[in-house]
Design a protein around this ligand. Structure first.
Ligand code: MEV
Length: 447
């Protein structure tokens, strides 16, 4: 069954395309508009509307990925008033979710007068694996590994040289026997330090080189039988699970500083966190709120948010059960709230020198190094979690959410600027829902 665009049948298109990547950008746009859209002209004009007028800048974006046909805009916002380890920060945030930045800004302001956020780096180690099959004696493989380990390190020298100058490199290589779980399956489990780089390219280059040397050395290892000479490398790739690269962020204040009903708020807060730690359905949503803060900053700073998401969710399930990532407790009339997450981020390489908005974000953050960015990201996650839980255990989430969502609803209804202003005023004292906005707008339009 050939791949069909959604609109394909309406347009008589029923085939695959070959050589698409070799077409010029214009040809790609022409093909896609004519093939998949009811109105090719409209489809084309939408793509063109989002092009940058500065040709050089547009070319830069086109060259980030294959088959680029336009740019996809997301709003970029800032959340001021973060105090982290006694230093003020303004956080850049890229997100489509209406309440996220407001939540950050509120939490930041709240904690700025209660001592601010504190952080601690627990480690920065990353890992990668060469996954391979070996048909033979486990003992002989272990002896072989011990014999060739220095060669493995030595023969990656040229790849690790620059990274070593920056304080990184390969920290250790272990042989892991997983034959109990999968027949003949072993790994080289490699630990890395990658300084201020996220390190994906560095790690993968090292691993591919290690795999090659492993095979070469095995082929010439005299104690091996003919079968044992043939190590079959399945794949070599970094792991996005980075429990060795962790950061902790926390806030604390006397319960009385939480407000008039501080003790009730603190207790409900602790209960809400305990529920997330006990119940996976709640834990996923709890952690999703944390990721609202981490991802928005990851995108703004040009970091790989899919890698970050994957690593953090795996960490949330490290004990065999998916749990909330934060902790809250009350001790000696003090409220504590803490988040510990694994993060592999970079402040050099990747998009950091290329994408103008990413560069802008790094300057806004006063050019943190990778450890600094890990700390700011963890704070961003904690702030979101604080804001979400505070709403959930007091007013409920919808009040704030729908207020923020009001402009989206009004835009869907093509409201003019005057109408928007009137509706914002009206809904200061009324409950926002799609229906209530529709009715209020209709009533306003009749006046
Ligand atoms: C919405 O994006 C995030 C929340 O659902 C998080 C939570 O429930 O803790 C509000």
């Amino acid at each position: 069954m050939p791949y069909l665009c959604n609109m394909a049948n309406n347009h008589g298109y029923n085939g695959l395309v070959s050589g698409f990547s070799k077409k010029s950008k214009q040809e790609k746009i022409e093909w896609i508009s004519q093939t998949c859209f009811a109105s090719p002209q409209l489809a084309k004009s939408i793509l063109e509307t989002y092009w940058h007028t500065d040709e050089k800048l547009q070319r830069l974006h086109d060259e980030f990925i294959e088959n680029a046909v336009s740019n996809f805009y997301l709003p970029m916002a800032v959340a001021p008033n973060f105090v982290i380890n006694e230093k003020p920060y303004v956080l850049p945030m890229v997100t489509e979710e209406s309440s996220v930045v407001a939540a950050s800004a509120n939490a930041a302001k709240f904690w700025s007068t209660r001592g601010g956020f504190y952080t601690e780096i627990i480690g920065t180690e990353k890992t990668g694996q060469v996954h391979f099959l070996f048909l033979g004696s486990q003992e002989k493989l272990a002896s072989f590994f011990n014999a060739v380990k220095p060669t493995l390190l030595e023969k990656t020298d040229s790849i690790t040289k620059n990274m070593r100058k920056r304080g990184g490199g390969i920290s250790d290589i272990e042989l892991v026997d997983s034959t109990e779980n999968l027949a003949n399956y072993y790994q080289l489990h490699v630990r890395f330090e990658t300084a201020d780089a996220m390190g994906a390219n560095f790690i993968n280059s090292c691993l591919e080189q290690l795999a090659k040397i492993l095979q070469e050395q095995a082929a010439n290892y005299v104690p091996f039988s003919e079968d044992e000479n043939q190590i079959e490398v399945v794949m070599s790739i970094l792991s996005n699970y980075v429990p060795g690269s962790r950061v902790k962020a926390w806030v604390k204040c006397p319960i009385s500083d939480l407000g008039d009903d501080g003790d009730i708020l603190a207790q409900k807060f602790v209960q809400a966190v305990n529920i997330a730690n006990q119940n996976p359905y709640r834990a996923v949503t709890h952690n999703k709120g944390i990721m609202n803060g981490i991802d928005a900053l990851a995108i703004a700073t040009g970091n790989d948010f899919r890698a970050i998401e994957a690593g953090i969710h795996a960490y949330a399930a490290r004990d065999g059960k998916y749990s909330g990532l934060s902790k809250a407790w009350i001790k000696d009339k003090t409220f504590w709230f803490e988040l510990e997450v694994p993060l592999a981020v970079g402040t050099v390489g990747g998009l950091t020198k290329l994408h103008p908005m990413v560069k802008w974000s790094h300057e806004l953050l006063q050019y943190p190094d990778a450890k600094g960015l890990m700390q700011i990201m963890a704070v961003s996650g904690l702030a979101q979690n604080f804001a979400a839980l505070r709403s959930l255990v007091t007013t409920g989430i919808q009040k704030g959410h729908m207020k923020m969502h009001l402009l989206n609803i009004l835009n869907q209804m093509d409201a003019s600027e005057d109408e928007k202003q009137a509706m914002v005023e009206h809904f200061k004292s009324n409950v926002v829902s799609f229906n209530s906005v529709e009715q209020a707008l209709a009533a306003w339009r009749k006046t």
